[in-house]
Write a protein that binds this ligand. Structure first.
Ligand code: CP
Length: 316
């Protein structure tokens, strides 16, 4: 297994089974710190730089919270418009990263351009973590999600994972790649205009991910071990920011999870949603035994603790 020290986390393509297991093990070791709401000194001599060119609640703050839990420092920006990358100068990724690498020991970047964190990693002498790049990938979210499935159900292996929503979405790409390392089936449920591309499906075939496509939640709900959700009513992820319009669509029943729908699911099935949500996942599901998205959000901090400790070499 490759060492994580000094390593970029850009994609789950090529992430090996042993690496997933190792990250999960480190997350397990560090979890009591988060559970007991303690701050430790594991990364006391390290600084994380956050470079967010697109809005975020969870990903940025979970990385920051993780850094605080490990005693580290945080600097950075959450609004690129207030930096030289977002004003008159439109400073390049290369020049920006040449600055940021002097300000800290790891850079976590969200960007509206697919491939921007990979571009940053070419120029940075410190690890770069992809916090979501356009429609590209969202590796730390999917590591969180697979960790949550493991904790909540015992294993990713043997599971039917129904991925509902916009399949142009970065999480859908990362989970498709990740599932190549597990004995699980990815069931794809998306509106036609949000379907996975032929190129992506070919990649899944090449990597060995088992997948099939269905058209309605009712076709698959009885066999769903995991409902893995994204909105179908959502902004353009290739834009730096998009305000909500007065008029916006509603989620068709095919892609909606309600209390009624969950009555047809196996008793042990769990619902994950990386959030934020629209009307594809109704709040009435929150109080069912199936909801695990708040646990998923908590695990988001634990997973970022593990990744930061690993890439900054505080743990092997
Ligand atoms: N799940 C997720 O990426 O949330 P944020 O956009 O709030 O970071």
């Amino acid at each position: 297994m490759r060492s994580f020290a000094g390593r970029d986390i850009l994609s789950l393509k090529g992430f090996e089974r042993a690496e997933f297991e190792h990250v999960f093990e480190i997350a397990d070791n560090l979890e009591p710190i988060a559970r007991q709401r303690r701050n430790t000194d594991l990364l006391a001599d390290k600084t994380l730089v956050t470079a967010f060119y697109q809005p975020s609640t969870r990903t940025r703050l979970a990385h920051e919270a993780a850094m605080h839990r490990l005693g580290g420092h945080v600097t950075g920006f959450s609004d690129a418009k207030m930096t030289r990358a977002g004003d008159f100068y439109q400073e390049s990724i290369k020049d920006t990263v040449h600055m940021l690498e002097f300000y800290g020991d790891t850079i976590v970047m969200r960007h509206f351009q697919q491939g921007a964190p990979a571009e940053a990693a070419k120029w940075a002498s410190v690890p770069v973590i992809n916090a979501g790049d356009g429609w590209g990938e969202h590796p730390t979210q999917v590591l969180t999600d697979l960790y949550t499935i493991t904790k909540e159900t015992g294993s990713v292996d043997g599971k039917t994972i129904v991925c509902i929503g916009d399949h142009r979405m970065r999480t859908m790409h990362s989970i498709g790649y990740a599932l190549s390392q597990f004995d699980a089936e990815m069931v794809i449920l998306a509106p036609e205009e949000m379907s996975p591309t032929a190129e992506f499906l070919a990649e899944l075939d090449e990597m060995g991910t088992t997948w099939r496509i269905v058209d309605h939640i009712d076709e698959v709900i009885a066999e769903a071990d995991v409902l893995y959700m994204e909105p179908v009513v959502q902004p353009d992820y290739t834009a730096s920011r998009q305000e909500k319009q007065d008029e916006y669509g509603r989620t068709p029943a095919n892609y909606q999870v309600t209390r009624e729908v969950m009555k047809k699911a196996p008793g042990s099935s769990i619902v994950l949603h990386s959030l934020p949500r629209m009307d594809e996942l109704l709040p009435e599901v929150d109080s069912t035994k199936h909801a695990r998205y708040w646990q998923e959000a908590y695990n988001g901090v634990v997973m970022r603790m593990a990744l930061l400790a690993l890439v900054m070499g505080a743990t092997e």
